[in-house]
Design a protein around this ligand. Structure first.
Ligand SMILES: Cc1ncc(COP(=O)(O)O)c(C=O)c1O
Length: 379
C-alpha cells in the first residue's frame, strides 16, 4: 500500500480533459489545443549546438550537487546586475526545472504542520508539493474584480504563529497578472516583521509585456527571508532540458544542496554546460511574437464579449465563462474540439485558462470556434 500522504493529493480534472483531447487527436480529429504550458518555439540553435559540443568533449560526469560553478556564477551575475543585489554563485543551486526548485525549497523550509499561504488562482503543483512535504496550505483568494491582485490586509488575517512561507507567483499562472510593486514591498516588510519566508516563483519573468513587473529581489534588502525561483524552461524554450534554480541565503542554499546531493546527485551535466550559451542568446523575437498573440487574443475576447484581466506577463489569459467552467470545457471540446483548462484546476471556478503558446493560425481558428460555440450553445 502506498503512503497516506499520496491519498491527500488527487489527480486533477485537467488531466482527464487532456487525456480526452489526446485521444481525439490520436483518432485524427481536428482538435485545437489551447492548454500549452510551454513556448512553442524550438530551443535556440546555439544552445543545442553547445550541448552537442559538450557531449562530444566528454562533459558527462557528475558535477557539484549545486551545479557547475560557471553557470551559477552567470545566474548570480545576471541577478546582481538586474536587481542590484549582492548575489554570488554560493547563493544559487541548480535543480531539475523550477518545479524541483520549488519542491526542494518546501522540503528545506517546512516542518510538518508549518503553514504556507498560497494565493489563488494558483498553479496546479503548489498544493500537492506542500502536502507531500507535510506542510499545511492556507488559501488566500485574489479576485477578478480586483484584477487578481493580492491584498496585504487580507493576507495579514491569514498569517499565524505557524506561517513559515508565503508563496507568490508573478507573472502569474494562470492569470498572466503581475503583482504590484507596493504589494511586493509590503510583503517583504511583513516577512521580516512576522518571521516567514517569501518564496517567489518568477519563471515567467522573461515574458513580461508592461513596465509593471517587480521582482522580489528588487524590493528586498538581502536574501535573508527570500527564496527566489526561476529557470530556463520559459525564458529559452527549454522545458524538456529541465533546468531551474533556487536563489536564497547561504543557510537555505546549503539545505537545498543537501537535498540535491541525496536525491539526484546533480542535474544533467550536458544541460548545465549548454545553458552557459543561453546568456549569449537574444530572445527578443520570441517575446515580440507572444506580445502579438496576446494583443490578438485579448482583442478577440473583447469583441466576443468575454471578460478577463489583461495579462501583463506569461502566455495565458484567464477568461470568465458563463456557468460551470468544467462543463463549459467539456462541452467546448465535444462541440467545437477546442481544449481549455477549467479554472477549477487553479482553485478558481467560473474561469478558463487559454494559452497563447500556439501559432497565430491555431489561435485564430480557436477563437472562431469559441465564438461559434458561444453563439450556438450558450446564447
Ligand atoms: C508557475 C510555474 N512555476 C513553475 C513551473 C515549472 O517550470 P519548470 O519546472 O519547467 O522550470 C511552471 C511550469 O509550467 C509554472 O507554470
Amino acid at each position: 500500500m502506498v503512503s497516506r500522504r499520496m491519498s491527500l493529493v488527487s489527480a486533477s480534472k485537467t488531466m482527464e480533459l487532456d487525456a480526452k483531447a489526446k485521444e481525439m487527436i490520436k483518432r485524427g480529429e481536428d482538435v485545437i489545443n489551447l492548454t500549452a504550458g510551454e513556448p512553442d518555439f524550438p530551443t535556440p540553435r546555439p544552445i543545442v549546438e553547445a550541448a552537442k559540443r559538450f557531449l562530444e568533449n566528454g562533459h558527462v560526469k557528475y558535477t557539484d550537487p549545486r551545479g557547475i560553478q560557471e553557470l551559477r556564477e552567470k545566474i548570480a551575475q545576471k541577478l546582481k546586475e538586474r536587481y542590484k543585489k549582492d548575489v554570488s554563485a554560493d547563493h544559487v543551486v541548480l535543480t531539475n526545472g523550477a518545479k524541483q526548485a520549488l519542491y526542494n525549497a518546501f522540503l528545506a523550509l517546512l516542518d510538518p504542520g508549518d503553514e504556507v499561504v498560497v494565493f489563488t488562482p494558483a498553479w496546479v503543483s503548489y498544493i500537492p508539493q506542500i502536502v507531500f512535504v507535510g506542510g499545511e496550505v492556507r488559501i488566500v483568494e485574489t479576485h477578478f474584480e480586483e484584477g487578481f491582485q493580492p491584498s496585504l490586509s487580507t493576507l495579514k488575517k491569514s498569517i499565524t504563529e505557524r506561517t513559515k512561507v508565503v508563496l507568490v507567483n508573478s507573472p502569474n499562472n494562470p492569470t498572466g497578472v503581475v503583482y504590484r510593486r507596493e504589494f511586493m514591498r509590503e510583503l517583504v516588510d511583513l516577512a521580516r516583521e512576522r518571521n516567514f519566508y517569501v518564496v517567489s516563483d518568477e519563471v515567467y519573468e522573461p515574458l513580461v509585456y508592461t513596465e509593471n513587473f517587480t521582482s522580489i529581489l528588487e524590493v528586498s534588502e538581502d536574501l535573508d527571508k527570500i527564496v527566489y525561483i526561476n529557470g530556463f524552461s520559459k525564458s529559452h524554450s527549454m522545458t524538456g532540458w529541465r533546468v531551474g534554480y533556487v536563489v536564497s541565503s547561504k543557510e537555505v542554499i546549503s539545505a537545498v544542496a543537501k537535498i540535491q546531493s541525496h536525491t539526484t546527485s546533480c542535474i544533467n551535466t550536458i544541460t548545465q554546460y549548454a545553458c552557459l550559451e543561453a546568456f549569449n542568446v537574444d530572445t527578443f523575437e520570441m517575446l515580440e511574437e507572444f506580445r502579438r498573440r496576446r494583443d490578438f487574443v485579448t482583442e478577440q475576447l473583447k469583441r466576443i464579449g468575454l471578460a478577463f484581466v489583461e495579462p501583463e506577463g506569461a502566455f495565458y489569459v484567464f477568461v470568465k465563462v458563463p456557468g460551470d467552467d468544467v462543463v463549459f470545457c467539456e462541452n467546448l471540446l465535444e462541440k467545437e474540439k477546442v481544449v481549455l483548462v477549467p479554472g477549477s484546476a487553479f482553485l478558481t471556478p467560473g474561469f478558463v485558462r487559454l494559452s497563447f503558446a500556439v501559432s497565430m493560425e491555431k489561435l485564430a481558428e480557436g477563437m472562431r470556434r469559441i465564438e461559434r460555440f458561444l453563439e450556438r450553445f450558450v446564447g
